[in-house]
Design a protein around this ligand. Sequence first.
Ligand code: PLP
Length: 398
Amino acid sequence: MTVLSNRAKSLKPSPTLAINAKAKSMQAQGIHVISFGAGEPDFDTPQNIKQAAKKALDEGFTKYTPVGGIDELKDAIIKKFQRDSGLSYKRSEIIVSCGGKHSFYNLAQAIFDQEDEVIIPAPYWVSYPPMVALAGASPIIVETKEGDDFKITQESLKRAITSKTKALVINSPSNPTGSAYTKKELEKIAEMAILNNFFIISDEIYEKIVYDGFKFISIASLNEEMKKRTIIVHGVAKTYAMTGWRIGYTAGSEEIISAMNNIQSQSTSNPTSISQKASVEALIGPQDEVGKMVSAFLDRRNYIVNRLNKMEGVSCFKPIGAFYVFPNFSYYYGKSYQGKKIANSTNLADFFLDVARVAVVPGVEFGADPFERLSYATSMEDIQEGLDRIEESLKKLV
Ligand code: PLP
């Protein structure tokens, strides 16, 4: 008898969480590591949101809630979609889960079967392929190019579509590249979805973190037909610095949402009651803090992109959104440090950690080995120091 299921054996832990753990353990040993690893804002959750949580606690709002979230939060989500994307949903078309990751997981469990293929453009968020695979379906990875701003083209999408294609995952703005689709580009993708009859899973978790006046568009908002075939996965973690509160939500057809509700009712039950109350305040309370955080991210983005592009052999796409850069370091592959060869993004990330004391996440984890991911959701001082260290360490590679 083997102890573990094949499912468990095929899984490895989320690499981003693993890098953070390694950096933290070095820090605990007194080593000053600068971490570009974290996928979370370094800001505190805004006061008004915390107050709403405290009020919920004081009022004894600490019991089970309906599995898919309280009506008050569903109504706030409905308002948010109407306000930001002009989309109208009913309560029965919304479900609240324990984070955006959980939303995607439950969705995958609800709509994918063994024979289904799910197209995932690379570079992708690390958790999409495993979650699709855990649902028994096949992730079909389609590479995008740095020269195409990491966006999927109609030609490459066409090549990936088969009669088994059930869905395409779009993450705009993207983790890890910060690329984002314009309305025109989304219209082309929508055309393909309608023509070939597949769903779009639109992960909009970085919707509010955009720069240079970019206008975020949800593919669901293009027309009624696209609304029907799009399932939006969203959450409060990134916009409101609420990563620990664990609230994500999904908007889609009543049929899909109801199936997700059944899955959730037999697994986690409701998301935390107090976090739900806080999320109501986050979504429909004052939004000023979001603007302040985005403006700080913008300064950091400008600095980090500029510095990286000045480093010998490094090229870095200028992100339109989210809080990551995804520079190409492949110029250094094949070079060595003290006789040890750097062959790929994992070797280089190890080198940065060991020699520069800087934590980054290897691009291979996002399906793109020439790159490393750096999160700039960290202080400007750390960014400056971290980049100095990276630049110095690169000079040691021969
Ligand atoms: N989607 C993307 C693209 C992400 O980067 C993340 C977090 O890293 C999530 C979803 C899930 O976030 P959470 O589960 O914290 O709400």
